[in-house]
Write a protein that binds this ligand. Structure first.
Ligand code: C2O
Length: 551
């Protein structure tokens, strides 16, 4: 079937947290934007009409885009932006994946308010969920709210190369909840439930820069999926979720026979900061209300501390895939082995940056010491499609498979000049069609130690292992899960640690890989895989759609 939507991106006037009404950029006047509901195998068609004053693109986070690389959406990677007054139709299939994905603007910080859910249910009649049928499904989108124009915020952060300031509130389905100053009843999202209902929560972390813990007071969950891949049922009372990730969790409404009111809550996980958090520790809340209950004050769940890495790691590392017949399994060997550092540093200046000098307050970020810059005049996919001569003027094929020096990645190596200083460049790693890639992602502790959520466009990857400290093949390889590793499109690389992922490059095109903290993406924590065409027309990049925007 065809699932068709028109997304009018434009101004929405909204007032939260005692601020005067503010104009934000939103789709169809909604925050969050519309939910796209499809079944596996459907074709999704979205007409983007840009009525906003900003350049715009939409990315379908986690959709493979096999055969439709022009619909992926990251600005200047697969397309030029849609200018104010312009439009573009995204057309793609959702095949070979079921569960929860989402969509968001992929330009500037505009995804702060331009986002929504993309739900993929099993094909009609073909098969049901591989878990007890829920009575009801709810999307729970966690986000951040800024008392500022996020476009201006991004320009300022970019031009001064300073990390962005932190959000003014976390939100659940666009609303901060009861614990912020001036929150009122209109600013708290409510879920009505009935006794003994089994509810499938489709949880999405759409926050710009913050991993979150998620709980519901007096209720626990069975996790059944993550990033639109089914997982072995996993029982837990807390979910950890990094920006970009999704978690599907069953919750049974049976807290007490008497019903009642309970807070659903999201609070920050940030292990980075040695001297206490620079961010709000206020918990975002929504209310889970049993039908017929008196409106007594809801119960708040005890939330993990903001730096509770043990709880986050337990959740992230305990998930395994539900192995189903006909599903791809993990490749047992790799053709390409990469060891890639991800982290912060300092760098030279961009032409349009202000206040730029080589001091330690001039932040940058990089992968293998290459700090990524988007091209300006043509998208990388257009350059790739046009051929080597055009590509040569837009990007270089020398993204390194290893960092320039080996050092103690998880020590404070801020005096390591080679690793600290990083040059701006647009480097890609070229892969042959169907090559299998293994990447060790190693977090560094240059400037700060963080859990970078690394997102790969165009593919799911298998997570073979993850741990703390410096990656050591001798001890890690014997622990690789080659039986039922979780499949993801975004991995929260453990703070001061590493993760090993594998994927098969079976999708020709230009695929962004980057930190899903927007502040880090801007500073260069990114690279691109250039996947060459296969032997047939079906395994080659097709010609661009006629309405592809021009720069
Ligand atoms: Cu959800 Cu490149 O992003």
């Amino acid at each position: 079937a065809i699932v068709e939507h028109t997304f009018n991106v434009g101004n929405l006037s909204i007032s939260q947290l005692c601020q005067p009404a503010r104009i934000i950029t939103a789709v169809n006047g909604q925050l969050p934007g519309p939910t796209i509901k499809a079944r596996e195998g459907d074709t999704v068609v979205v007409h983007l009409v840009n009525l906003s004053p900003y350049n715009m693109t939409i990315h379908w986070h986690g959709v493979f885009q096999r055969g439709t690389p022009w619909a992926d959406g990251p600005a200047m990677v697969t397309q030029c932006p849609v200018k104010p007054g312009g439009n573009y139709t995204y057309r793609f299939n959702v095949t070979d994946q079921e569960g929860t994905l989402w969509w968001h603007a992929h330009i500037s910080f505009l995804r702060a308010t331009v986002y929504g859910a993309l739900v993929i249910r099993p094909r009609a009649g073909a098969k049901a969920y591989p878990f007890p049928k829920p009575h009801r499904e709810e999307t729970v989108i966690l986000g951040e709210w800024w008392n500022a124009n996020v476009y201006d915020l991004e320009r300022m952060a970019f031009m001064t190369a300073m990390p962005a300031v932190h959000a003014d509130a976390y939100t659940i389905n666009g609303k901060p909840g009861d614990f912020y100053n001036c929150s009122d009843a209109n600013q708290t999202y409510k879920f009505q439930v009935r006794q003994n209902e089994r509810i499938l929560l489709r949880i999405i972390n759409a926050a710009l820069n913050t991993p979150l813990f998620f709980k519901v007071a007096n209720h626990s969950f069975t996790v059944v999926g993550a990033d639109a891949a089914y997982t072995t049922p996993y029982a837990t009372d807390v979910v950890a979720i990094a920006p970009g990730q999704t978690v599907d969790a069953l919750m049974v409404a049976g807290a007490t026979a008497a019903g009642g009111r309970y807070y659903m809550a999201a609070s920050p996980y940030d292990s980075a900061v040695p001297n206490g958090p620079p961010f709000s520790q206020t918990t975002a809340t929504a209310v889970v209300e049993y039908a017929g209950s008196p409106s007594t004050p809801p119960v708040l769940p005890p939330m993990p501390a903001y730096n509770d890495t043990a709880t986050a790691f337990r959740f992230f590392s305990n998930l395994t895939a539900l192995v189903l017949p006909g599903k791809p399994t993990v490749p047992l060997a790799a053709d390409v082995h990469m060891f890639v550092t991800v982290g912060l540093g300092v760098s030279d200046c961009m032409p349009d940056q202000l206040l730029c000098n080589r001091s330690t307050t001039h932040f940058s970020s990089s992968m293998n010491n290459a700090s990524f810059v988007l091209p300006k005049s043509v998208s990388m996919l257009q350059a790739h499609y046009a051929g080597d001569d055009t590509a040569a003027g837009v990007y270089t094929r020398d993204f390194p498979d290893a960092p320039p020096v080996i050092f103690d990645y998880t020590a404070d190596a801020s005096d390591n000049a080679t690793m600290q200083y990083t040059a701006k460049s647009t480097k890609v790693r070229t892969l042959r069609f169907n090559e299998t890639v293994e990447m060790v992602l190693q977090n560094t502790r240059l400037i700060a130690k963080e859990s970078h959520p690394m997102h790969l466009h165009g593919f799911n990857f298998f997570v073979l292992a993850q741990g703390f400290g410096n990656y050591d093949a001798a001890t890690a390889v014997p622990k690789f899960n080659l039986v039922n590793p979780q499949e993801r499109n975004t991995i929260a690389v453990p703070t001061g640690g590493w993760a090993v992922i594998r994927f098969v490059a079976n999708n020709p095109g230009m695929w962004f890989m980057h930190c899903h903290f927007d502040a880090h993406l801007d500073l260069g924590l990114a690279m691109v895989f250039e996947v060459q065409n296969g032997p047939t027309a079906e395994t080659s990049v097709p010609p661009p759609p006629r309405d592809l925007p021009k720069c």
